[in-house]
Design a protein around this ligand. Structure first.
Ligand SMILES: Nc1ncnc2c1ncn2[C@@H]1O[C@H](COP(=O)(O)OP(=O)(O)OP(=O)(O)O)[C@@H](O)[C@H]1O
Ligand SMILES: [Mg+2]
Length: 288
C-alpha cells in the first residue's frame, strides 16, 4: 500500500467526521476480541498506555511490539525517521486504527474493544491535529473550528463563534475566521487544524508534526502554545522531526525505528544514548 493511498483514505481529502477531525476508517479494522471487562493496569498518573502493540497493513509490518506510556500532564515526543510508524502510533491512541495484537489504554480504559459510540465518548476529550491538518474544504475556517463544539456541546451559536475566534486568535489566525481553507497557506492550515484540535480544551492533545511547513517564528509560537497548553494540565503526544522544538516541549521521549521503539526516556537519557540513530536525531537542529 502506498503512502498516497493511505493518506487519501485516512488523512486527506475526506473531511473529519469527529470533533477532533476523525477521518473515515481506512479498513474495517476488526476489534481485537478482548472478552470480558477491561482491566485498567495503570495508576491514576497514566494518560495513555500502549501495551505490546503490533500492527501490519497487509504484508507491511508497521509496529512490532510497541509499548510506552504517557504520564498525565506531560508532553511525550515521538521521534523517528519518515515512514517508521509515528502517525500510525498516534492513530492507535485515538482509536482510528486498532492493533492486531496488544492494547491501548486511555486513562485506564482499554479502547481496543470499545464500540463506536463508547469510543466517540472517549474521543470527546481528545484533540487530534493530523499531519496534513485535514480541514473541511467546504466550510470556512471559523466553521471548521466551531465544528467539534457544534457536534459535542449545546453551547449557543454566539458562544461557539466567540470561542472559535478565541481559539483562532491563539494560533495567530484572528483575521481568518471567514476564509475558506483553500485560501490559506500550508502553515495557516496547520494552525487552523491546531485551533480545531484545541476547540474543546481536550485533556489529551495529539499533534502530528505541528511545526512542519511553518516559518521558525511561527513554529516557535506554536511551541509556546503547546507548552502553555501543557501547563493547564493537558497531556500532549507530539510527533515531530524538529528536535529543537521537541527539546522545548517534551518531558518524555521515544524513538521509533522500523516499527520498534529503540529508545525511551528523558531528554538526558536520549542525549546520553550510544545508538547512532538516536545520536543523529538528538544532534539535529532543524526539520519540520
Ligand atoms: N492505512 C494504511 N494502509 C496501509 N499502509 C499504511 C496505512 N497507514 C500507514 N501505512 C504505512 O505504514 C508505514 C508507517 O506510516 P506512518 O504514516 O506512521 O509513518 P510516519 O513515521 O508518520 O512517517 P512521516 O514522518 O513521513 O510522517 C508507511 O509505510 C505507510 O505507508
Ligand atoms: Mg507521519
Amino acid at each position: 500500500m502506498t503512502r498516497d493511498t493511505r493518506e487519501s483514505v485516512t488523512d486527506g481529502a475526506q473531511p473529519p467526521s469527529q470533533g477532533f477531525g476523525e477521518p473515515r476508517r481506512s479498513s474495517p479494522d476488526p476489534a481485537t476480541s478482548g472478552g470480558g471487562a477491561s482491566r485498567p493496569p495503570e495508576d491514576d498518573e497514566t494518560a495513555v498506555r500502549l501495551d505490546h502493540v503490533s500492527k501490519a497493513f497487509g504484508p507491511l509490518k508497521v509496529l512490532d511490539d510497541v509499548s510506552f506510556e504517557i504520564s498525565k500532564g506531560k508532553a511525550f515526543c515521538l521521534l523517528g525517521r519518515s515512514g517508521t510508524g509515528k502517525s500510525v502510533t498516534l492513530r492507535h491512541i485515538v482509536g482510528l486504527v486498532r492493533p492486531d495484537r496488544g492494547r491501548v489504554f486511555i486513562e485506564g480504559r482499554d479502547i481496543t474493544t470499545l464500540k463506536a459510540r463508547e469510543l466517540s465518548d472517549v474521543r470527546k476529550h481528545m484533540g487530534f491535529l493530523f499531519q496534513n491538518a485535514a480541514l473541511f474544504d467546504s466550510m470556512t475556517v471559523g466553521d471548521n473550528v466551531a465544528f467539534p463544539m457544534r457536534r459535542h456541546t449545546d453551547w449557543s451559536d454566539s458562544e461557539i463563534r466567540d470561542r472559535a475566534k478565541k481559539k483562532l486568535a491563539d494560533v495567530g489566525l484572528e483575521n481568518d475566521f471567514d476564509k475558506m481553507p483553500g485560501d490559506l497557506s500550508g502553515g495557516m492550515k496547520k494552525r487552523a487544524g491546531l485551533a480545531r484540535a484545541m476547540a474543546l480544551d481536550p485533556t489529551i492533545l495529539l499533534v502530528d508534526e505541528p511545526s512542519a511547513g511553518l516559518d521558525p517564528i511561527t513554529a516557535g509560537e506554536i511551541d509556546e502554545l503547546l507548552v502553555k497548553t501543557k501547563r493547564t494540565g493537558t497531556t500532549l503526544a507530539v510527533v515531530t522531526h524538529n528536535i529543537p522544538s521537541a527539546r522545548v516541549i517534551g518531558d518524555e521521549f521515544a524513538v521509533l525505528h522500523e516499527g520498534h521503539m529503540i529508545a525511551r526516556g528523558s531528554l538526558q537519557d536520549l542525549d546520553a544514548s550510544d545508538d547512532p540513530l538516536v545520536k543523529a536525531f538528538m544532534r539535529s537542529h532543524g526539520g519540520g
